[in-house]
Ligand binder design. Structure first.
Ligand code: MN
Length: 320
């Protein structure tokens, strides 16, 4: 038997409990962070499913632990160190408390924490939980008085009125977003195969004005045309369901669906968004560590988040 070489020790890895070894960042010091990783185990899980993505935040932190000691090295995904000289680094808020019975409390905690981050000027990066998590995050953005464009990356459009008698569940987040006065534009990227949507859900989405770009079109025409859809100067919310990525790079999802986005397309969309407007909030949901294969999905998602932090740190510099 051959032993796997320990690449982590070659890279100088040390055990880190926070994402990328970032400083723990609580309410009062979010002001010193360009963005903040907020771990969420869930919000409004469907009754028979439970909080199936509750272990995502810790699995994602662990997957990028090997980079914690090398955070100042050149990251070719974003053309420089993650946090360039003069920029504010990101922080890690830890995991929010989660109740398996009191879903309204889960939503309140997410909403309040996102609101605190926004007030401090740190872009919230809400990580973990199923796709019900974005709903309270989006709610919190109403308080800013600004208007927003949502860039949703997902294999599913999530336009169900309700599912399993639950209106605030994972299949309804874009429907709920469309009902919020502060959401002016929704661009949905990566849909493929069969999801929760019926024909009338797709028709409602299109009637509202949601721009649906199926994964096939992303592969055929590239991401440039999608970035052109973003209103110039927009405040952008990236709602990233990691099943939008191809299951070959993120096998740790509930329902693997072939034909998903590549890593480069995802990074390109995030960089493209920041070039067109300002990223105001993000979430990364639906990662299911128990279905992952050899940690490849946790690694992919953690790398997308690290690149996103770098993109956000740069946009903060730009605006000053
Ligand atoms: Mn999905």
């Amino acid at each position: 038997m051959t032993k796997k070489p320990d690449i982590e020790s070659i890279l100088g890895a040390t055990a880190s409990k926070t994402f990328l070894g970032l400083k723990v960042c609580h309410d009062f010091d979010m002001i010193n962070a360009s963005s903040v990783f907020i771990g969420a185990k869930g919000a409004t899980p469907y009754g028979n499913m439970g909080p199936f993505c509750q272990n995502a935040p810790d699995a994602i932190r662990k997957a990028i632990g090997y980079m914690a000691n090398n955070i100042d090295r050149y990251n070719f995904d974003i053309g420089g160190p993650i946090f360039p000289k003069g920029s504010k680094p990101a922080g890690d808020y830890g995991n929010l408390p989660f109740s398996e019975t009191n879903f309204s409390e889960n939503r309140s905690v997410i909403r309040a924490t996102v609101a605190k981050a926004l007030k401090a000027g740190a872009v919230p990066i809400v990580v973990g939980g199923d796709d019900s998590v974005p709903i309270p995050m989006l709610d919190a953005l109403a308080d800013t008085g600004k208007y927003y464009t949502i860039l949703q990356i997902d294999a599913h459009i999530d336009w169900r009125h309700s599912h399993m008698d639950e209106k605030l569940g994972l299949s309804s987040n874009m429907r709920r977003a469309s009902e919020m006065a502060h959401i002016k534009q929704i661009i949905q990227i990566g849909a493929r195969g069969i999801g929760s949507a019926h024909l009338d859900d797709v028709q409602d989405a299109q009637e509202w004005g949601a721009e649906i770009i199926p994964a096939d079109d992303v592969h055929l025409y590239g991401i440039t045309q999608i970035i052109e859809h973003i209103t110039p100067g927009a405040n952008i919310i990236i709602c990233f369901d990691v099943d939008g990525l191809d299951p070959s790079i993120v096998p740790g999802v509930l329902a693997r669906s072939p034909g998903g986005l590549t890593y480069s397309q995802a990074i390109g969309l995030i960089k493209g968004a920041a070039s067109k407007g300002t990223i105001a909030a993000t979430n990364f949901t639906e990662f299911l560590p128990e279905s992952d294969v050899d940690g490849i999905g946790a690694l992919t998602v953690s790398r997308v988040i690290a690149a996103t932090m770098g993109v956000i740190a740069r946009q903060n510099n730009k605006s000053k």
